[in-house]
Each structure stands twice: as C-alpha cells, then as structure tokens.
Design a protein around this ligand. Structure first.
Ligand code: 3HC
Length: 304
C-alpha cells in the first residue's frame, strides 16, 4: 500500500480513534476504546445527543466500578480519554474512525463522504459498525475504498468479545491486518472474518431466528414469554429471541431485515407485519420503554 509517511505505523499502533454516533453501539465502542488507553473523539449530531452519549458511557463505566471490573482510577482515566464533538471536521487527525450511526444507507454514505473529505492521514482506516449494509456501498462513496472495512461489534459491546471484520473486494490487506490487530491486541476482542455480504456471519444466522420468533408470536403459536423461556431453558441461550430483539431495537432489526431482504430476496429475511406495526407504533424495545416487554424507564434518548 503506498504511503506518504517515512515510517508507516505498524499494526496495533492506532492511538487516536473517532467514533461516529453515541447511541448504544457507538457509546459501547467508545467506552472499550477509552478503557484500552486510546484517545477517543466521539461525534454526535447535537450537543444534547453528545451529552446523552457521555452519560451513557459514564454510567456503564460506573457499572464496571461497582461490579469490580475496573477501579475508580481506571474509570476516571478512561473518562478523561473521551472527548465529544458535533463537527466531523474535528476527525482530521484520526487514525481509525468507526461509524456507528443509525442503520440507514443514505445517512451512512453521507458520513463516509464527509470522512473521506476531512480525515487527512492516508493510512487511516475508515470502518463501519453496520449490521447489514454492504461495506462496498460505503467504500464506493470515498476516493479510498481500499481503506474502508466493516468492524461489527455486538451489544453490549463491553461484554461481548466478538468483532466481525468485513472486507470488500477493494479492502487492502494492510487495512484488514491493522483493524484485526487493533481489535485483538488493543481492545482484547476476538475476530472472525467475513466477505462483504449483508448481515455478514452473525446476522445472517441470527436475524432469521429473531424474525421466526416474531412470526411465532404473531401467529399466536406461543406467547412471547414462553418463546423466550423455551430458548433460555431449552438451549441455554443467555436471553430469549424476543428479549434480544427488544435489546437490539426493533427499528434496527427491521432495518437489518430490509437490507438482507434487498440483498438476497429470501422470504426468511422479510420483516413480518407485526415487526413493522410495532416500529410504526414506536414500540422499539428497551430504548423506548416498550417492545415485546415493558421496561422501567426509557433511556435519555430513543436513538439506536
Ligand atoms: N455494559 C457493561 N457491562 C454489562 C452491560 C453493559 N451494557 N450489560 C451487562 N453487563 C455485564 C454485567 O456487569 C455482568 O458482569 P459480571 O458478570 O462481571 O457482574 C454481566 O454483563 C452479566 O450482566 P447481568 O448480570 O446484568 O445480566 P445477564 O447475566 O442477564 O446478562 C447480557 C445480560 C450480557 C445482555 C446477556 O443476557 C447476553 O449476553 N445476552 C445476549 C446478548 C446478545 O446476543 N447480543 C448480540 C446481539 S446482536 C448484535 O449486537 C449485532 C447487531 O448487529 C444486531
């Protein structure tokens, strides 16, 4: 890969990361980066959303302190490594940017166009946490598709150890290696690789399962409680499919299903009418306080 630097940074040497979006996934990604001693700049569209993102991260760090996973000093140091902005232009010096905004192709392509304009480091890696939008669609909005890759984290990001790396036909090998080294050596995650297919590995398997559970509830075949209980007790899953759909967000599941249906035209990816109606009704799961179940308090924001 051509470089304008005299000494190209080696794998794992990323120390300045940008995270686009401070919803549940963006906040989780920013938190694990800050805990891994990385300088993190987080973008949100408004100051209120940036403030909500900061609170989300701080309460997760506090949870880490109260459960004994990190010390108060580590929490304070991680908090100091986090800065927030509403101007993507501030990402000029980032070595890795991870986009984690809403699962919307037009919004993501706009972000990648802007990142391509502002990020000056020719070695910078531009990554997307998208669940289902083909990475090539994002890479092709830039003049550097070889620097674009999927880095897909799992919710809750501080807990789940996997990162899926999704490489396109154009992604450079050095970019894949750099992203892998960062995920494994800096963040302490484990990596699997996937070709650039909507849903990659996990969602290609998980989403039809979640949609099947929604169809099962829709048909009255079994209650949501029994569907979840069956999978927790019968298959030792940590949570049932409808609780998991509420955790991920029903609007996000709908968006993922629609992308996968567009890609494969397989009926198993088509969002069932109950899912569509719930999203139209604003029943988005945990984040709105109501999905298949009710939750005490909607978060400060209802964004994904
Ligand atoms: N942040 C930090 N830590 C958290 C956390 C959070 N948001 N949520 C839970 N934890 C930690 C707790 O502190 C606890 O740690 P400890 O055992 O060291 O004390 C541990 O996780 C277990 O948490 P709880 O005791 O509160 O609750 P549970 O045992 O019920 O676990 C769960 C909660 C971790 C969410 C577990 O149910 C789980 O793993 N569920 C499956 C989640 C899953 O499948 N996620 C993938 C979704 S798909 C996806 O994200 C891809 C996207 O593209 C759709």
């Amino acid at each position: 890969m051509p470089t304008t630097r005299e000494v190209a940074p080696g794998p794992g040497s990323i120390t300045r990361v940008g995270v686009v979006g401070a919803g549940r996934m963006g906040a989780g990604i920013a938190e694990v980066c800050a805990r891994a001693h990385v300088d993190v700049l987080v973008w949100e569209s408004t100051r209120d959303l940036a403030e909500a993102g900061r609170s989300r991260i701080l309460s997760s760090l506090d949870r880490g302190v109260s459960s004994g996973k990190i010390t108060r000093r580590e929490r304070d140091q991680a908090a100091l490594r986090l800065r927030f902005t509403t101007d993507l232009g501030d990402f000029v010096d980032r070595q890795l940017v991870i986009e984690a905004i809403v699962e919307d192709e037009a919004a993501k392509t706009a972000v990648f166009r802007e990142l391509d304009r502002v990020v000056t480091d020719p070695e910078a890696v531009l990554a997307s946490n998208t669940s289902s939008i083909p990475i090539m669609k994002l890479g092709s909005c830039t003049a550097r598709p070889e620097r674009v890759i999927g880095m897909h984290f799992f919710n809750p990001v501080p807990v789940l150890p996997l990162v899926e790396l999704v490489s396109t036909l154009e992604t450079g090998r050095s970019v894949r290696e750099r992203a892998e080294a960062f995920a494994e050596q800096v963040l302490g995650k484990q990596v699997v690789h996937s070709a650039d297919r909507s849903g990659a590995v996990v969602n290609a398997l998980l989403v039809p399962y979640l949609l099947s559970a929604i169809r099962m509830a829709e048909s009255g075949f079994a209650t949501p409680e029994d569907i979840d209980k069956a999978m927790v007790l019968g298959c030792a899953h940590p949570m049932g499919p409808l609780s998991l759909a509420d955790l991920v967000g029903l609007d996000t599941i709908k968006a993922i299903a629609e992308s996968m249906y567009t890609e494969f035209r397989e009926p198993l990816y088509a969002p069932p009418p109950l899912l569509l109606r719930m999203v139209e009704a604003g029943r988005l799961g945990e984040k709105s306080g109501h999905g298949f179940y009710r939750y005490d308090i909607p978060r400060a924001t209802v964004r994904a």
